[in-house]
Design a protein around this ligand. Structure first.
Ligand code: CA
Length: 226
Protein backbone atom coordinates (compact mmCIF):
# COMPACT_ATOMS: atom_id res chain seq x y z
CA UNK A 1 0.00 0.00 0.00
CA UNK A 2 1.29 3.46 -0.85
CA UNK A 3 1.60 6.17 1.77
CA UNK A 4 0.67 9.64 0.62
CA UNK A 5 1.61 12.84 2.45
CA UNK A 6 -0.61 15.81 1.63
CA UNK A 7 0.94 19.21 2.34
CA UNK A 8 -1.89 21.67 1.94
CA UNK A 9 -3.33 24.43 4.11
CA UNK A 10 -6.93 24.25 2.91
CA UNK A 11 -8.62 21.79 5.24
CA UNK A 12 -11.54 21.11 2.94
CA UNK A 13 -9.19 20.07 0.15
CA UNK A 14 -7.17 17.90 2.51
CA UNK A 15 -10.36 16.22 3.72
CA UNK A 16 -11.64 15.65 0.21
CA UNK A 17 -8.37 14.24 -1.15
CA UNK A 18 -7.75 12.25 1.99
CA UNK A 19 -11.22 10.68 1.95
CA UNK A 20 -10.90 9.65 -1.68
CA UNK A 21 -7.36 8.33 -1.41
CA UNK A 22 -8.24 6.22 1.62
CA UNK A 23 -11.16 4.81 -0.32
CA UNK A 24 -8.66 3.83 -3.04
CA UNK A 25 -6.59 2.00 -0.44
CA UNK A 26 -3.86 4.56 0.25
CA UNK A 27 -2.57 5.49 3.68
CA UNK A 28 -2.74 9.24 4.14
CA UNK A 29 -1.13 11.81 6.40
CA UNK A 30 -1.36 15.59 6.15
CA UNK A 31 0.54 18.72 7.11
CA UNK A 32 -1.08 22.14 6.99
CA UNK A 33 1.92 24.44 6.71
CA UNK A 34 5.32 24.43 5.03
CA UNK A 35 7.47 23.95 8.12
CA UNK A 36 5.70 20.89 9.53
CA UNK A 37 5.24 19.68 5.95
CA UNK A 38 8.99 19.66 5.37
CA UNK A 39 9.52 17.88 8.68
CA UNK A 40 7.07 15.13 7.76
CA UNK A 41 8.45 14.92 4.23
CA UNK A 42 11.97 14.43 5.57
CA UNK A 43 10.85 11.68 7.95
CA UNK A 44 10.77 9.31 4.98
CA UNK A 45 7.31 7.96 5.78
CA UNK A 46 5.68 8.91 2.49
CA UNK A 47 5.91 7.06 -0.81
CA UNK A 48 4.64 10.17 -2.56
CA UNK A 49 3.98 13.77 -1.59
CA UNK A 50 1.23 16.06 -2.84
CA UNK A 51 2.64 19.52 -2.37
CA UNK A 52 0.61 22.71 -2.53
CA UNK A 53 2.49 25.79 -3.76
CA UNK A 54 0.92 28.51 -1.59
CA UNK A 55 1.49 27.49 2.01
CA UNK A 56 1.91 29.39 5.26
CA UNK A 57 5.37 29.19 6.81
CA UNK A 58 7.29 28.13 3.74
CA UNK A 59 6.04 27.96 0.17
CA UNK A 60 6.02 24.75 -1.85
CA UNK A 61 9.01 25.68 -4.01
CA UNK A 62 11.24 26.43 -1.04
CA UNK A 63 10.05 23.28 0.69
CA UNK A 64 10.80 21.18 -2.39
CA UNK A 65 14.24 22.69 -2.79
CA UNK A 66 15.12 21.77 0.80
CA UNK A 67 13.56 18.33 0.48
CA UNK A 68 15.52 17.54 -2.69
CA UNK A 69 18.80 18.04 -0.88
CA UNK A 70 18.01 14.86 1.04
CA UNK A 71 15.29 12.90 -0.69
CA UNK A 72 14.14 11.81 -4.13
CA UNK A 73 10.63 10.86 -2.96
CA UNK A 74 8.13 11.48 -5.81
CA UNK A 75 6.48 14.89 -5.49
CA UNK A 76 3.39 16.12 -7.32
CA UNK A 77 3.10 19.91 -7.10
CA UNK A 78 -0.40 21.30 -6.80
CA UNK A 79 -1.35 24.87 -7.54
CA UNK A 80 -4.58 26.81 -7.53
CA UNK A 81 -4.18 28.28 -10.95
CA UNK A 82 -2.63 27.56 -14.28
CA UNK A 83 0.61 29.50 -14.05
CA UNK A 84 3.17 28.66 -16.70
CA UNK A 85 6.12 29.89 -14.71
CA UNK A 86 4.95 28.04 -11.59
CA UNK A 87 4.82 24.86 -13.60
CA UNK A 88 8.29 25.28 -15.03
CA UNK A 89 9.73 26.39 -11.70
CA UNK A 90 8.16 23.38 -9.98
CA UNK A 91 9.61 20.95 -12.48
CA UNK A 92 13.01 22.62 -12.37
CA UNK A 93 13.05 22.49 -8.59
CA UNK A 94 12.62 18.74 -8.82
CA UNK A 95 8.89 18.01 -8.83
CA UNK A 96 8.00 14.82 -10.66
CA UNK A 97 4.63 16.04 -11.78
CA UNK A 98 2.29 18.99 -11.65
CA UNK A 99 -1.46 19.41 -11.20
CA UNK A 100 -3.75 22.42 -11.29
CA UNK A 101 -6.74 22.76 -8.98
CA UNK A 102 -9.47 21.85 -9.40
CA UNK A 103 -8.67 18.33 -10.52
CA UNK A 104 -10.74 15.18 -10.55
CA UNK A 105 -10.10 12.40 -8.09
CA UNK A 106 -9.73 10.03 -11.02
CA UNK A 107 -6.94 12.14 -12.49
CA UNK A 108 -5.23 12.47 -9.12
CA UNK A 109 -5.28 8.72 -8.49
CA UNK A 110 -3.97 8.02 -12.02
CA UNK A 111 -1.06 10.34 -11.43
CA UNK A 112 -0.29 9.00 -7.98
CA UNK A 113 -0.25 5.47 -9.34
CA UNK A 114 2.00 6.46 -12.23
CA UNK A 115 4.40 8.22 -9.89
CA UNK A 116 4.55 5.49 -7.25
CA UNK A 117 4.72 2.49 -9.58
CA UNK A 118 8.46 2.58 -9.81
CA UNK A 119 8.80 2.34 -6.03
CA UNK A 120 7.25 -1.10 -6.08
CA UNK A 121 10.00 -2.42 -8.30
CA UNK A 122 12.78 -0.80 -6.34
CA UNK A 123 13.73 -3.76 -4.20
CA UNK A 124 14.09 -6.14 -7.09
CA UNK A 125 16.87 -8.65 -6.71
CA UNK A 126 19.59 -9.14 -9.26
CA UNK A 127 19.85 -6.82 -12.20
CA UNK A 128 22.29 -6.29 -14.99
CA UNK A 129 24.93 -3.87 -16.09
CA UNK A 130 24.79 -1.60 -19.07
CA UNK A 131 27.07 1.20 -20.10
CA UNK A 132 27.35 4.30 -22.23
CA UNK A 133 30.28 6.71 -22.52
CA UNK A 134 32.16 6.60 -19.21
CA UNK A 135 29.07 5.46 -17.26
CA UNK A 136 28.14 2.07 -15.85
CA UNK A 137 24.46 1.50 -15.10
CA UNK A 138 23.80 -1.13 -12.45
CA UNK A 139 20.13 -2.07 -12.60
CA UNK A 140 20.37 -4.20 -9.46
CA UNK A 141 21.58 -1.31 -7.31
CA UNK A 142 19.64 1.16 -9.49
CA UNK A 143 22.74 3.24 -9.70
CA UNK A 144 24.85 4.98 -12.31
CA UNK A 145 28.57 5.28 -11.71
CA UNK A 146 31.39 7.09 -13.35
CA UNK A 147 34.74 5.58 -12.41
CA UNK A 148 33.94 4.57 -8.83
CA UNK A 149 31.70 7.49 -8.07
CA UNK A 150 27.93 7.19 -7.97
CA UNK A 151 26.07 9.90 -9.90
CA UNK A 152 23.23 11.58 -8.02
CA UNK A 153 20.10 11.16 -10.12
CA UNK A 154 16.44 11.33 -9.28
CA UNK A 155 14.48 8.15 -9.89
CA UNK A 156 12.92 9.70 -12.98
CA UNK A 157 16.31 10.60 -14.42
CA UNK A 158 17.53 7.09 -13.75
CA UNK A 159 14.42 5.63 -15.40
CA UNK A 160 15.01 7.86 -18.41
CA UNK A 161 18.59 6.65 -18.81
CA UNK A 162 17.44 3.03 -18.59
CA UNK A 163 14.72 3.62 -21.15
CA UNK A 164 17.22 5.07 -23.60
CA UNK A 165 19.61 2.19 -22.99
CA UNK A 166 16.93 -0.36 -23.78
CA UNK A 167 15.86 1.62 -26.86
CA UNK A 168 19.16 0.76 -28.57
CA UNK A 169 19.94 4.12 -30.15
CA UNK A 170 16.47 4.58 -31.60
CA UNK A 171 15.00 8.10 -31.63
CA UNK A 172 12.36 8.20 -28.90
CA UNK A 173 9.57 10.77 -29.10
CA UNK A 174 8.60 12.91 -26.13
CA UNK A 175 5.14 11.31 -26.22
CA UNK A 176 6.69 7.86 -25.91
CA UNK A 177 8.92 8.97 -23.03
CA UNK A 178 5.92 10.50 -21.28
CA UNK A 179 3.95 7.31 -21.68
CA UNK A 180 6.68 4.81 -20.85
CA UNK A 181 8.78 6.64 -18.28
CA UNK A 182 6.17 8.86 -16.64
CA UNK A 183 3.64 6.11 -17.09
CA UNK A 184 0.47 7.73 -18.34
CA UNK A 185 -0.85 8.74 -21.70
CA UNK A 186 -3.39 11.45 -21.25
CA UNK A 187 -2.44 13.83 -18.49
CA UNK A 188 1.20 14.53 -19.09
CA UNK A 189 2.71 17.81 -20.06
CA UNK A 190 5.43 17.20 -22.67
CA UNK A 191 7.52 20.05 -21.33
CA UNK A 192 8.21 17.87 -18.33
CA UNK A 193 10.22 15.68 -20.70
CA UNK A 194 12.32 18.61 -21.93
CA UNK A 195 12.98 19.83 -18.40
CA UNK A 196 14.00 16.34 -17.30
CA UNK A 197 16.29 15.94 -20.31
CA UNK A 198 17.95 19.25 -19.57
CA UNK A 199 18.57 18.25 -15.97
CA UNK A 200 19.88 14.89 -17.07
CA UNK A 201 22.35 16.53 -19.43
CA UNK A 202 23.49 18.89 -16.70
CA UNK A 203 24.36 15.88 -14.60
CA UNK A 204 25.80 13.52 -17.20
CA UNK A 205 27.18 15.61 -20.05
CA UNK A 206 30.55 17.33 -19.83
CA UNK A 207 29.16 20.17 -21.93
CA UNK A 208 25.35 20.15 -21.52
CA UNK A 209 24.97 22.66 -24.35
CA UNK A 210 26.72 20.27 -26.75
CA UNK A 211 25.62 16.86 -25.54
CA UNK A 212 27.55 13.77 -26.62
CA UNK A 213 25.17 11.14 -25.26
CA UNK A 214 21.62 12.48 -25.00
CA UNK A 215 21.03 13.95 -28.42
CA UNK A 216 18.04 15.93 -29.66
CA UNK A 217 16.64 14.86 -33.01
CA UNK A 218 14.84 18.01 -34.05
CA UNK A 219 11.12 17.52 -34.42
CA UNK A 220 11.35 13.85 -33.50
CA UNK A 221 12.61 13.40 -29.97
CA UNK A 222 15.78 12.23 -28.27
CA UNK A 223 18.21 9.38 -28.64
CA UNK A 224 21.16 8.01 -26.74
CA UNK A 225 24.48 7.87 -28.51
CA UNK A 226 26.69 5.41 -26.67
CA1 CA B 1 -2.66 26.80 -0.29
Amino acid sequence: MSKILIIEDEMTIVDLISFNLKREGFEVDAAYDGVSGLEKALSGWADLILLDVMLPGMNGFDLLQKLRQESDVPVIMVTAREEERDKVLGLETGADDYMTKPFSVKELVARIKANTRRRAGENRQGGSRMSFGPYIVDTGLQEIRRADTSVELTQREYDLVCYFLTSAGRVVSREELMEKVWGYEYYGDLRAVDVAMRRLREKLEEDPANPKYFITKRGAGYYLQK
